[in-house]
Write a protein that binds this ligand. Structure first.
Ligand SMILES: [Zn+2]
Length: 487
């Protein structure tokens, strides 16, 4: 690898499928995995004479994302035809927004290591329709599936403000969290709901003078790992290429490359970016969109607290670690459940432990969300208070949470029903300790003589007390009694 001093510069283009019930300009149902060409009609097939009608919900979803990305929202937009010919586009044009995107000039805040964050500027976001899909699965020919044609697709373009592969990945992950919080996309990468195209180049310092390497656009990445790795790979490849050819950014040498996920290399697709002439013109079949104050206000009222804000609030107000706050804000229902439980009076760290160690584990096993396990945030707060008060120990608390799922009862009645209330009565526990000591004179002797195995002997006695009390003795009190009696 060449040893030039360099800085990475990346801008991202992201496509997000919006999860409306039907397509953007017709009533066809959006269903992933349906039999090929069964979710189509004259509109999305591009039959002459068919008329598109805008899906209002899709537009609202797109505006919600624009607002969450701190963009200026256009009050007037129109639809344009982007003309090109391809088998998966039978109309020979794609309906898009060309010079009047619905959102512009925003930013997204992305979390970085050590609790820091960085603002990445958003250039624009616009709505368009997705094309169909060419399938190359059988024989010596290709097939076209048009079920996907007409899926509402939000294109988001960032400024080149990203300066490391980790930052590029962080943006991808954060955007996924945002659209899921807003409920506007399932953002399932494996189903192609999100696709990323980084524009990558380097600023190289040659003896105090800065030059830029030609921009490479990496096409169609559909996993976070591919996003991070492909950018990492491009750094090395562009440094090597610059070392060999000295080629710098200029007219006409932008290229596109694909990511080979098996060999972990980018592969050249097109050397020169053709000056595409898409002959954009306003779609004569669709009326422009005017966003009234009332409509915009209605859309704004559907926004929620965003994941990163919530994560930072959990750290600053509830004293959680970055890591725990990140786990709890991984999805909106878990974050809100935890937040409600804290507001119901539970200690935040106890609740965090209960939820991350027992709750999320159960949810994962059952394949549902935390909120769907059947117990309330209030009952979980009550359980945390019981642990705090020493009524139950942490092991019992996890068991109680499981029983709450099965039985649908509150924590206190379950603790009583299953004898999980902790014994805190020092007098009662002292009597039990005395019995155990009397039954094990040799062990007591071993500890008093200062044998090097006395630590193990103490644990044995503790185990005996726990066994005798069926695990209900408060271990802290027992250990104090043992210390008093054995020195
Ligand atoms: Zn249709």
């Amino acid at each position: 690898m060449s040893e030039f001093k360099h800085k990475l510069v990346v801008g991202l283009e992201i496509h997000v499928h919006l999860c409306t019930k039907s397509k953007i300009f017709c009533g066809c149902e959006l269903e992933y995995g349906a039999t090929a060409n069964t979710r189509v009609c004259p509109v999305c097939l591009g039959m002459p004479g068919s008329l598109p009608v805008m899906n209002k919900r899709a537009y609202e979803f797109a505006v919600m994302v624009g607002l969450a990305l701190n963009c200026e929202i256009a009050r007037f937009t129109k639809w344009d035809r982007k003309n090109y010919y391809y088998p998966d586009l039978p109309k020979n044009y794609q309906i898009s927004q060309y010079d009047m995107p619905l959102a512009e000039h925003g930013y997204i805040e992305i979390p970085l290591e050590g609790g820091k964050s960085k603002k990445i500027r958003i250039t624009r976001a616009h709505l368009e329709e997705d094309a169909g899909k060419n399938v190359h699965s059988t024989g010596n020919y290709s097939q076209v599936d048009l079920n996907r044609a007409g899926t509402p697709l939000l294109e988001i373009v960032t400024e080149p403000d990203l300066n490391s592969p980790a930052e590029v990945k962080a943006l991808a992950v954060e955007l996924q969290r945002i659209v899921r919080y807003l409920g506007v996309s399932e953002a399932d990468m494996q189903k192609g709901h999100m696709r990323f195209e980084p524009n990558v180049n380097l600023v190289i310092d040659i003896g105090g003078k800065e030059v830029k390497t030609p921009i490479v656009e990496i096409k169609n990445l559909n996993s976070f790992r591919a996003v991070e790795r492909s950018v990492e790979y491009e750094i090395h490849r562009q440094l090597d290429e610059f070392g060999e050819t000295g080629k710098t950014m200029g007219m006409g040498n932008k290229s596109t490359r694909g990511w080979d996920d098996v060999n972990h290399v980018t592969v050249l697709q097109r050397e020169k970016e053709e000056a595409h002439d898409y002959r954009y013109f306003p779609d004569p079949d669709l009326s422009p969109v005017e966003l009234s104050d009332e409509w915009l206000g209605d859309i704004k009222s559907r926004l929620c607290e965003l994941p990163l804000q919530m994560q930072m609030r959990f750290v600053n107000e509830y004293g959680l670690s970055e890591y725990d706050a990140g786990v709890l804000t991984g999805d909106r229902t878990t974050a809100e459940f935890f937040d409600n439980a804290v507001k119901a009076g539970g200690d935040s760290k106890r609740l965090c432990n209960l939820i991350t160690q027992a709750g999320l584990k159960m949810a994962n096993e059952k394949g549902c969300s935390l909120a769907e396990l059947g117990f309330s945030a209030e009952d979980t707060a009550e359980l945390a208070k019981m642990v705090e008060a020493g009524d139950v120990n942490t092991t019992a608390a996890n068991t109680i949470l499981e029983k709450m799922t099965e039985l649908g009862e509150g924590p206190r009645s379950i603790a009583e029903k299953f004898n999980l209330i902790q014994k805190n009565d020092a007098g009662e526990l002292e009597g039990i300790v005395d019995e155990i000591l009397a039954a094990n004179p040799d062990v007591v002797e071993q500890i008093r003589s200062g044998d090097k195995k006395s630590g193990k002997a103490r644990s044995f006695l503790m185990g005996q007390v726990m066994q005798k009390t069926k695990g209900q003795a408060n271990p802290k009190i027992v250990s104090e009694i043992l210390a008093k009696k054995l020195g």
